[in-house]
Design a protein around this ligand. Structure first.
Ligand code: AMP
Ligand code: GLY
Length: 427
């Protein structure tokens, strides 16, 4: 099989690492990739949403399987593009079509979908620009904190949580009237606040059957103790100790099954990952959001715990053969620490030389925002590296991850020292 991975983050480096271990993988390409994927695969300088160039490349290189990493090309319809082209439609592709990707691309669509299929989620009401006054009246009846969500993709910035009703009103005005997030905020959801602990559950489906991947916990805030602004993710832990068998059974029965059946009933042919962001509210799971892809950095903690041949799983999903399949995972723990550029998630410099990459590392080193310049690897993004330690328990996984982090550095590097600490204290 010749395989093309679309994307350039740590998630795609982890995909490449796992796919490369399969003897079903012949040639492996990543478009556009990063300095880490370049060590395992051939990077191809094509943008993730340039479907024409991606299609042409697939034909030239006899690609048999395309694995789409990020949401943007899915929401823009990469699957639909392949299916509508006589020359491309035979190529297997992991990722839903435009309609299925609405589970992530439209919070209003996903909320209505959950309501139609009885999936537990926070109560919410959607408002359009001509309904600003109705939104204000509704807010007056809501108990703070208030959760506001822009309907569309807003680069992870579309959720605002505030204890202050007046601030909520001005944010609603900015979103709907001033179009703060452009098209993404033509609709806004006012949602009930759920309190509990979050976790991420990942499903790979062929549209009718599914396998459940190991769950993970993501650390979204920039600062230790979950403080400061939201980021793409500063670390991840898998497994999650409170996601015991009883809790995961509730997740499967109350959330995963109705989601997959719902997609099937609505004739949404979904072949790909569903990342379910959950809140554990007093031992009951509620969906915060669906994503139409794997998480980053969760993938870097989840894939190292999967024993299956990953290419087998991907082909089975793409061909509709997941019935009877299951994920074999290790009992080990994985802890992923993300090393970022100083200043992230605000402005940050790029092009800083990364030192320590040549030395042996006790952890897995996944690249996210890195680039090779004249034989040197330099920083090229906010999230630069994701370091995954594995161990028999969480403490030793963390120890390995941080020992790996200690070997690497660049000017202005920052990482959180407390990834997984909250879960250690829970035990
Ligand atoms: P999202 O962009 O949907 O992932 O939301 C970003 C973050 O906002 C989530 O990871 C949660 O921490 C938080 N969040 C979203 N919706 C809710 C809610 N209804 N109640 C509490 N927290 C929420
Ligand atoms: N780590 C969260 C995400 O990938 O959306």
């Amino acid at each position: 099989m010749n395989i093309l991975i679309i994307g350039n983050g740590g998630r795609e480096h982890a995909f490449a690492w796992k796919i490369k271990q399969s003897n079903r993988c012949n040639k492996l390409f990543v478009a556009p990739g990063n300095a880490g994927t370049a060590e395992l695969a051939t990077n191809v300088p094509i943008a993730v949403d340039n479907f024409e160039a991606i299609g042409k490349f697939c034909l030239e290189q006899n690609i048999n399987l395309v694995v789409v990493g990020p949401e943007a090309p899915l929401v823009k319809g990469i699957r639909d593009y392949f299916e509508q082209d006589q020359n491309l439609k035979h190529i297997l592709l992991i990722g839903p079509g435009k309609e299925g990707a609405q589970l992530e691309g439209s919070k209003d669509f996903s909320k209505q979908f959950m309501l139609r299929h009885g999936v537990p989620t926070a109560k919410a009401k959607t408002f359009l620009v001509h309904e600003v006054n109705a939104a204000f009246e509704y807010l007056d009846e809501c108990a703070p904190p208030i959760v506001l969500k822009a309907d569309g993709l807003a680069a992870g910035k579309g959720v605002i949580i505030t204890p202050d009703i007046n601030e909520a009103k001005s944010t609603i005005r900015e979103m709907l009237v001033d179009k703060k997030f452009g098209e993404a905020s033509t609709k806004v959801l006012i949602e009930e606040f759920l309190s509990g602990i979050e976790l991420s559950v990942f499903v790979l489906t062929d549209g009718k059957d599914y396998v459940i991947l190991p769950e993970a916990k993501d650390y979204k805030r920039i600062g230790e103790g979950d403080t400061g602004p939201n980021t793409g993710g500063m670390g991840a832990i898998s497994p999650v100790p409170f996601a015991d068998e009883a809790f995961m059974k509730k997740v499967e029965d109350q959330i995963i099954k109705p989601t997959i059946t719902g997609l099937h009933k609505e004739n949404i042919d979904y072949k790909g990952f569903i990342f379910i962001g959950l809140m554990n509210c007093s031992s009951d799971p509620y969906v915060i959001e669906y994503n139409a892809r794997m998480g980053d950095p969760e993938t870097q903690a989840v894939l190292p715990r999967i024993k299956n041949d990953f290419v087998d799983l991907l082909i089975d999903a793409a061909e509709g053969n997941l019935s009877g399949k299951r994920i074999e995972s290790t009992v080990d723990y994985a802890a992923t620490v993300v090393m970022v550029s100083g200043g992230y998630p605000g402005d940050y410099p790029k092009g800083k030389a990364i030192s320590g990459l040549e030395a042996p590392n006790p952890a897995l080193v996944f690249h996210a925002g890195s680039r090779q310049v004249n034989g040197h690897i330099v920083t090229d993004g906010g999230r630069v590296l994701a370091i995954t330690g594995r161990g028999a328990d969480m403490a030793s996984a963390r120890e390995k991850a941080y020992a790996g982090v200690a070997k690497l550095s660049w000017e202005g590097v920052y990482f959180r020292n407390d990834i997984g600490m909250d879960l250690m204290n829970l035990k």
